[in-house]
Design a protein around this ligand. Sequence first.
Ligand code: F6R
Length: 603
Amino acid sequence: MCGIIGYTGAGEACPILLRGLRYLEYRGYDSSGIAVFNGTNIEIIKKEGRISCLERALAEAEPKGTCGIGHTRWATHGKPSDCNAHPFVSYNSKFAVVHNGIIENYLEIKDCLLAGGAHFRSQTDSEVIAHLLESLFGGDIRKAILETLSRLKGSYALGILCADEPGKIYCVRKDNPLVIGLGDNGNYICSDIVSLQLFTDRAIVLDNCSVACVTAENVEIFGFNGEKKEFQIVGIERHGDADKLFESYMLKEIFEIPESMRSAASWYKYARPLERIDKEYLKNLRRIYFIGCGTALHSGLIGAWLVRRLMPGIDVHAVVASEFRYDNYEVDAGTLTVCVSQSGETADTLTCLRMVRAKGGKVLSVCNVKTSSIAHESDYLLNTSAGPEVAVASTKAYNCQNLLLALFAMDLAVARGAISEDRRKIYWEDIVQLPRKAEECLRLDKAILDFCIDNFRRKCVFYLGRGQDYYTAMECSLKLKEISYIHSEAYAAGELKHGTLALIEENVLVVAIATQEELIEKTVSSLEEVKARGAVIVTLTPFTGEKGLRAVSDALIPLPRTDEIFYSVLSVIPAQLMAYFIARAKGCDADKPRNLAKSVTVE
Ligand code: F6R
């Protein structure tokens, strides 16, 4: 997650780039920088820290010029620092590049470039792009760009300046967003359309696998094969303040789920984390603990379910961190402890990690902050790669945690011979579809939303599910109660009649999650029991054609179909949105719920 902005036109570039970067800061804020063509060469200023640090540096020496690119970074490869900040300049200073994404084969490319005499100034994957461009440049910039792209593996949105072509910005989109803004006083490139409305009301949404050449008056777009592409100009709806377009961080982060999932899957594919773990150790594993708090614990419960589902012979437990630390859970050389934490700083989880390691056990962490204590102290890391999460209620990190745990369980099952290589390939076909399916889940029907908002105004809401849907129900329930202050409980659907059914009365809202095909009939029976006591039922399911579900539900929210091991990544999305809109309808501040904090560093 990084933010890219670019401008070429009649005005001074620097103030425009800075303004854009301030609005893109949500995409990352560990460093930022700009590159401006000053009439003679490309001048670069970049700084570690928030945009305000760059602003101070620019106040002292602002490059003058009317064409430039800017970047705000969320570190993936290489810690936040001045030299790891973008833009990167090529070894003979001909090209400057900003990048959002991951170059999976950067080490390979770097070795070749080093052998050719290139000098690297950063630890990033992105710097290779600038040097590669220069090394492939023989006088034709487009040719050099296309040749460079043919050698890159991974995902990228790029902004490129070339000292030989002042006034031109080249930009590229592959699996990371990029839009072009068309203004009266010049043209722009930007990571999101929302921020573009600062400058203009017309945009071109660049197609995937496209390159654009943007000048002050003109835009030309071509494919990776060099062929010219047609494009459409779309209108940008203007609002008073771009920040207000996403009225809260929580809503913004929910809408970032598809992109975060792309990043998480891409990180996993590139990092191959299980290959770093001793094969014999994996084969002989006898026990796995999943440890976490709150939302992270719910993800751990899904992790435990996935391991049980995919392979026999392992004893699996998901345990609340604050309980694990005071109990006598056995840890030995055949135990793996998986610590799940968005922040990587949660005190209870960190303590468990230290206890386990002190007993000689190995820890794999699932963390969204690579530089955090939990990530740092673990033996192995699954980098959640969801981008910064600001809202107190965790959303996109949870979806990515579940995705990574599914990938982990899948690879573990292959390593132990529980599933075949062919099966893994089929799973990957599902995985690449997940972000698009997440986008479908974000399109919640307005009528259903209104229905839910009306019904959620009850004093209590129940979430029901069986199997993994029970754990999803727990997360849905937590989302609702923490930001809307409506009391809610999650129940395994078959367990309700053992006591809690006493609380079901006329018009109590029950939200059912039904993604497990073989359990649909059982779930319908449980729903009949609450329906008979007057409950209003909303069901989230991919099996909307199921007669029983249709008959018992007052409203159905359709989910896209996927393999059963990936449902938890998708099924929570409509509930995250519902929780947000219900909180909003009640006038609650979803970003900063009362009594809570984002990172819980005390016991
Ligand atoms: C709920 C939420 C919390 C966190 C919990 C653990 O929306 O965000 O329940 O999940 O405090 O935090 P991390 O994941 O940072 O360890």
